[in-house]
Design a binder for this molecule. Structure first.
Ligand SMILES: NC(=O)c1ccc[n+]([C@@H]2O[C@H](COP(=O)([O-])OP(=O)(O)OC[C@H]3O[C@@H](n4cnc5c(N)ncnc54)[C@H](O)[C@@H]3O)[C@@H](O)[C@H]2O)c1
Ligand SMILES: O=C(O)C(=O)C[C@@H](O)[C@H](O)[C@H](O)COP(=O)(O)O
Ligand SMILES: [Zn+2]
Length: 353
């Protein structure tokens, strides 16, 4: 079992990674009162085995649950069962579950203790870590949300045994993101270890989850609320990626959308003279190596260009007609660049056609 701890403004977050790590819950929680939210598609017996005093709230998952009305439905459950600020909320599921449950845990009575138990690779390497919570609004991603750190993130690799390979691939898009803009060593590791990762060898999965968590925590530690122009690096591929999601009415999943988004943004970085020669090729090579989409056509869904561009104008990195873009410069490195929104729209239209 691997343990990492990081201090943030108001919370210390502990990340516990490994097969069977869910068993650490019993010591963390004892007999405290718990609201256990979990995707109803999952078997969560091994979570329940480690709790004494809990109410269970099985819920849906998928992008549809990232919705304000669905959040209110979940909040009502906390309210009716008399939860207070001394109690715990546990979210068990993929990124959609941890995003919406994190959101309600942060606003109900201004915040209950939160524990994330991610069950997808994407959740373990990214969504469950770093405190961004949120729901979509008017076809735009994560417009309503908070920064709220969980006290524990328990990444029990055993959950990945039932996760379909397609979902592993979606998670790998976020892992490749870290390699491309933050961590050349990780990029090189990924180039060598695809077979072990895709055959779900526990050691390889643990390595990927651990290295990703270290990268993410280090960035979040520097810029928890994305005010210093550092945390935006975690948004590489997401400006175009979120536009693709919106343009498809969220039929294209996040991992695939940001995969195409990274290629598109790397090309923009190159055309604007920020990315060294070879960055676009290295980006497309790695994503293709991991069987991820690199073109709009391969997504095989209609993209409504108007909706996509409309969503892009609502990106949270837009300030006064400019977008703060994290551009790759060479593998493992990046630069913050202010791009006029109109210029970005022009590039986006080319990419999304
Ligand atoms: N907050 C953040 O920092 C952050 C970071 C990255 C992504 N996200 C968000 O995360 C979401 C995507 O998360 P996701 O890819 O986990 O999607 P998801 O939550 O929809 O889960 C994907 C699928 O996997 C299934 N599943 C989950 N665990 C399983 C298991 N152990 N075995 C079998 N099936 C399982 C789910 O039922 C679902 O069908 C997006 O909304 C994205 O915006 C948030
Ligand atoms: O944690 C972050 O910061 C990220 O940007 C991680 C992203 O992978 C994630 O998809 C996040 O939800 C995007 O946030 P948003 O601020 O662009 O809505
Ligand atoms: Zn993401």
């Amino acid at each position: 079992m691997i343990k990492i701890s990081e201090d943030f403004c108001n919370t210390t977050t502990h990340v516990i990674i490994g097969k069977g790590s869910v068993s650490s819950l019993s010591e963390i929680i004892g007999d405290k009162k718990v609201a256990l939210y979990y995707s109803r598609k999952l078997n969560v017996d091994k979570v329940k085995e480690n709790l004494k005093n809990y109410y269970e709230f099985p819920m849906d998952d998928g992008e549809e649950v990232k919705d304000i009305l669905y959040s209110l439905k979940l909040i009502r459950e906390l309210f009716e069962k008399g939860f207070d600020r001394g109690d715990y909320v546990i979210a068990v599921g993929g990124g959609t579950v941890t995003d919406v449950v994190g959101f309600i845990a942060s606003i109900y009575m201004r915040g209950l203790n939160l524990i994330n138990i991610p069950t997808t690779l994407l959740g373990m390497v990214d969504a469950a870590i770093g405190g961004k919570t949120g729901v979509n609004f008017e076809n735009v991603k994560n417009v309503l949300g908070t920064f709220y750190q969980p006290s524990f993130i328990i990444s029990d690799i055993e959950f990945l045994e039932t996760l379909p390979l397609e979902e592993i691939k979606k998670g790998m898009a976020e892992v490749i993101k870290y390699g491309l803009v933050l961590d050349k060593e990780l990029y090189d590791y990924l180039a060598m270890h695809k077979d072990e990762i895709y055959s779900k060898e526990p050691e390889a999965l643990e390595t990927v989850v651990y290295k990703s968590a270290l990268n993410k925590l280090a960035v979040v530690k520097e810029d928890e609320r994305e005010t210093k122009g550092i945390r935006i690096v975690l948004n590489f591929g997401h400006t175009i990626g979120h536009a693709i999601e919106a343009g498809s009415n969220f039929r294209i999943p996040h991992g695939y959308a940001i995969s195409v988004g990274m290629v598109c943004e790397a090309k923009i970085a190159e055309e604007m003279g920020y990315a060294e020669e070879g960055v676009v090729e290295d980006t497309t090579w790695m994503l293709t190596h991991y069987e991820l989409p690199i073109t709009i056509d391969s997504l095989k869904e209609n993209i409504d260009l108007r909706k996509a561009i409309e969503a892009l104008t609502k990106d949270k990195k837009v300030r006064g007609g400019k977008v703060l873009m994290p551009f790759p410069t060479r593998i493992g490195n990046w630069k913050k660049v202010e791009v006029p929104l109109e210029t970005l729209k022009g590039f986006a239209e080319q990419c999304l056609k």
